[in-house]
Design a protein around this ligand. Structure first.
Ligand SMILES: NC(=O)C1=CN([C@@H]2O[C@H](COP(=O)(O)OP(=O)(O)OC[C@H]3O[C@@H](n4cnc5c(N)ncnc54)[C@H](O)[C@@H]3O)[C@@H](O)[C@H]2O)[C@@H](O)CC1
Ligand SMILES: Nc1ncnc2c1ncn2[C@@H]1O[C@H](COP(=O)(O)OP(=O)(O)O)[C@@H](O)[C@H]1O
Ligand SMILES: [K+]
Length: 517
């Protein structure tokens, strides 16, 4: 699913009115009515007090349409105008008139904290104060209103975006934002729903289809894409009946040091279970027996070093090389890594300490093949690109790094974001149970295993990140968040593949996301 920028959303809006020959007021009617339908379906006329807080722009206009529909259908509604400015939008004013013509119970105009109504915990708050048009911090009394929402502990439904959030930057004052239980977003989810600094402002979100021009949606290139099953399915490569292991490539997994052989074990096993035809683990000698005993399907080549890798030499042709898990950052290993990079011609997946080695010696970056995949966790990323002020600064820095070195960067986290040049891909699978030792090693193995089978590095990365998270989601059903370990993610990989072809449970037109699932 495309994640459009604010400018693209406004343009989609404008083009829709033009191509469908409708007014912007009609489009607002659709938007507000969609919100009403969503609530009506769930509430079925229940007389829970609903407080609808409307700003004076088009987000407020949506709120007024919703209020009017709720009133017409007999709901227990109170409508407020949060009058933070006298510059009211045209469609707000039209809907202000319409609601006044519908009911004698006119909206209450709020201009300061003294006007705030009583809100009980069991009431519902609808937040239509600011939409994507926010361009400066809200006034202090509006912030106080947001604090009152929070203090009430009422269920809060935000329209389009939690008020106070920007679409393209973080907020400095974390209290000047609505904390939504649910956000109903028009046309496309907003990038801020997925970033560590801002995702906390909505527990769940859903996109409502308001009939934006289809051609515009299809033809417009978005800088950000949300990756779910529908996006990865086209990558899937079915197997030919007469295929043999030679068709699915040979992964060379280089890593390990004394006490960290397990990382290579996890990555090699993942590569095999992701479907690689063959996997060879390249280790210091101390790892030989344990790896051969634990993984009979994996071949082993030993380095001359007993406890660490000291010179990387092997005499077969690997399809792809995964390097870095458990490898350490000793001087000898740095030398071996440098010599390896200078001669290697194969696609690379670089993780963990190999990223730290690159960060220590940035001159080596020029030896990385185009489309090398780097999979840093936040600390490794910081060593590589330096500190960042906030999530947007981080994304910009990674985009620049990706373009400068022609590499794919996987920013691991709750919503892993893959960056390839200007393009950002936000993953939707995974859960906090995966915050456990070795789960990153598993990802390295999966991506390497996919590249071995012939997936292009970018497809392998997006598909691999998706499958890794999906395996975690499947595994957590059996083990729970606390007891999930990296090995369980590998064990669920087969089910994650099978799940790709299960019947969809929801239409591709609407996406639903629950941060806790
Ligand atoms: N296709 C779509 O996405 C549609 C969007 N609509 C709604 O329109 C919204 C955008 O509407 P607007 O552009 O009117 O913007 P908002 O309703 O978000 O903001 C209202 C106005 O307040 C001003 N403003 C911004 N920050 C302020 C601050 N801190 N203090 C005082 N004033 C401030 C802005 O200049 C803006 O004109 C969307 O979020 C959505 O809810 C719908 O009505 C129809 C379809
Ligand atoms: N809260 C979370 N939600 C979803 N995925 C997570 C979460 N925490 C960690 N992960 C995933 O688990 C993996 C952890 O990788 P990493 O930190 O490198 O682990 P390790 O170094 O122990 O192998 C990443 O793919 C990350 O996206
Ligand atoms: K809002």
């Amino acid at each position: 699913m495309k994640v459009f920028s604010k400018e693209q959303i406004y343009e989609g809006d404008r083009l829709t009115t033009e191509r469908q020959n409708i007014s912007s007021t009609d489009l607002m009617e659709r938007a507000g009515t969609q919100i009403f339908n969503w609530m009506h379906l769930r509430m079925q006329g229940a007389q829970v007090p609903i407080h609808v807080f409307c700003g004076i722009g088009n987000n407020g206009g949506d709120g007024l349409v919703l209020s009017r529909q709720l009133i017409i259908h007999g709901y227990n509604v109170k409508t407020y105008i949060v009058n933070y400015s006298e510059t009211r939008s045209k469609d707000f004013l039209i809907n202000y008139d319409r609601i006044k013509n519908t009911t004698k119970d006119w909206p209450t105009v709020l201009t300061s904290s003294n006007d705030f109504p009583l809100i009980n915990q069991d009431d519902i708050i609808v937040d239509a104060v600011f939409g994507i048009g926010l361009n400066r911090p809200p006034a202090d009394w509006v912030k106080d209103l947001f604090l009152k929402f929070r203090a009430s502990k009422s269920f809060t439904l935000s329209i389009d975006i939690p008020s106070g959030l920007y679409t393209d930057k973080v907020v400095n004052d974390t209290e000047a934002v609505v904390y939504a239980n649910y956000t109903l977003s028009f046309q496309s989810p907003k990038l801020v729903f997925f970033l560590p600094n801002t995702a906390k402002y909505t527990v769940q979100w859903e996109v409502l289809d308001i009939g934006i021009d289809r051609d515009y949606l299809i033809q417009t290139e978005a800088a950000v894409e949300l990756i779910s099953k529908y996006e990865v399915l086209p990558f899937y490569q079915p197997r030919d009946k007469f295929s043999h292991k030679g068709h699915f490539g040979h992964v060379l997994m280089i890593g390990g040091s004394f006490g960290k052989i397990g990382a290579v074990h996890l990555a090699s096993r993942s590569a095999l279970i992701a479907g690689a035809g063959m996997v060879t683990a390249y280790l210091p000698t101390c790892g030989y027996t344990s790896l051969q005993s634990a993984l009979p399907e994996v071949m082993v080549v030993c380095d001359k070093g007993e406890k660490q890798i000291e010179s990387i030499t092997y005499d077969f042709d690997a399809t792809v090389v995964g390097i870095g898990v458990g490898i350490g950052t000793s001087e000898e290993t740095m030398k071996a890594f440098e010599a390896f990079l200078k001669t290697n011609k194969r696609p690379l997946v670089i993780d963990a300490d190999a990223i730290n080695l690159l960060a220590q010696n940035k001159a080596l970056l020029k030896y990385l093949p185009v489309q090398t995949v780097l999979t840093p966790h936040p600390k490794e990323l910081e060593r590589l690109i330096g500190e960042w002020h906030d999530d947007f600064d981080k994304l910009n820095k990674v985009v620049e790094f990706s373009k400068a070195h022609k590499v794919i960067i996987v920013i691991k986290g709750a919503h892993t974001i893959t960056i390839n040049g200007n393009k950002k891909y936000v993953n939707t699978t995974g859960n906090p149970g995966m915050a456990t030792a070795g789960s990153g090693d598993v990802l390295t193995g999966i991506i390497s295993g996919l590249i071995a089978q012939g997936y292009e590095p970018l497809a392998a990365t997006l598909f691999g990140v998706y499958l890794h998270g999906k395996s975690g989601d499947i595994a957590v059903e059996s083990y729970g968040y606390q007891s999930l370990i990296a090995g369980h993610i590998i064990d669920s990989l087969g089910e994650a593949y099978i799940d790709l072809f299960k019947q969809p449970e929801e239409s591709s037109e609407s996406a639903e996301n629950d941060e806790n699932n």
